[in-house]
Structures are given as C-alpha cells and as structure tokens.
Design a protein around this ligand. Structure first.
Ligand code: S3P
Length: 169
C-alpha cells in the first residue's frame, strides 16, 4: 500500500526514534532521514544554535517547513521526527495523510533515565537537573500525548521485533 512508502517515527526525546528508524530503513531498503539533521543541514547550524539565535518559535517554523519539503521531495523514506514535530495539528495531519506513523511510547520515568546522559545537545532540557528533568517530562508528556496518540501504530517499551513491526504496518 502507498502509505507504507513513508514511515514516520514519533515519540518523546530519548525514545529511540533514530536507532529504530535506521534498523527499519535497512530492513525495508528505504532511505533513512532524520528531521533534526535535515534542519541542521538547511540552516548550517546545530539545533542548539538555532534555539539560541532565533528561539523556539522560529525552530518550530523551520521544523514544519523542512517536514513539508521532505514529504514533497521524496517518494519513500523512514523519517525520524523531533519530539515536538507532531505536536502541531497541521504537522500531525500532514504526517497521517502522507504515510504510516509509529509512536514509540515510554513512561516519564524511563524517558528520564534514558535522557539524563543525552541532555547537552537538546536545548529544552540541557539546563535541567535530574528532578527538574523528571518534572519537565511528566508535564510535557501530558501535553504531547494528545498528538502522539493520533499515530496509526504504537509500540510500548520497544516490545516488538523489527521484523514483526514490518508485518504490522
Ligand atoms: C525537541 C526534540 C529534539 C529536537 C529539539 C526539540 C522537542 O529532537 O527536535 O531539541 O521539542 O522534543 P529529538 O526528539 O530527536 O531529541
């Protein structure tokens, strides 16, 4: 089916979108793309630098623009999105109208332990201590799950083999 040509990996920071995306792309013989990497290429700046120089609102505009361009300009891919990308109705609708969306779901406690070592390159959490990080994730998840839950497929705690996931979608 055509919707399988474009596969979108969705989930909070630290949910393993890139790792699973690369494995899925290899098995499906599709190109792997990472939205953050594409944004960095298009601006010749890191995500941290974009947030520092222009702020989050501008980053969100770039995110929507680059997402749209990738969908238009590519026939197929496995695309790993940023944690905030689907949290905009227009983006989520575009994603679901363009292909198969997969939500990689973890609870806040697991996400906090997965993220504690990977804060530095993530502007939203880089200055938070462990307790603040847990609180931030708990609150953001409540806000974001409204969007994440619109995905066509949900994988909880990475509990499915790539082969089975391919069968599922
Ligand atoms: C963000 C997640 C990041 C990146 C940016 C903002 C978010 O991507 O897009 O730092 O709002 O959750 P990852 O989910 O790949 O870390």
């Amino acid at each position: 089916m055509a919707y399988k040509n474009k596969i979108f990996l969705i989930g909070f920071m630290g949910s393993g979108k890139t790792t699973l995306g690369k494995r899925l792309a290899k098995k499906l013989d599709k190109p792997f793309l990472d939205l953050d990497v594409e944004i960095e290429k298009s601006e010749s700046l890191t995500i941290n630098q974009i947030f520092e120089k222009f702020g989050e609102t501008h980053f969100r505009e770039l995110e929507s623009k680059v997402l749209k361009a990738l969908i238009i300009n590519n026939k197929q891919f496995v695309l790993s999105l940023g944690g905030g990308t689907p949290c905009d109705k227009k983006n989520m609708d575009l994603i679901n109208n363009s292909g198969a969306s997969i939500y990689l779901k973890y609870n806040a406690g697991i996400l906090a332990s997965r993220l504690i070592g990977g804060k530095a390159e993530r502007p939203l959490i880089k200055n938070l201590d462990e307790n603040q990080l847990k609180e931030f994730i708990t609150n953001k998840l409540i806000e974001r799950e409204v969007f994440y839950d619109q995905c066509k497929f949900t994988i909880e705690n990475n509990n499915v083999r790539v082969e089975d996931l391919i069968e599922l979608i």
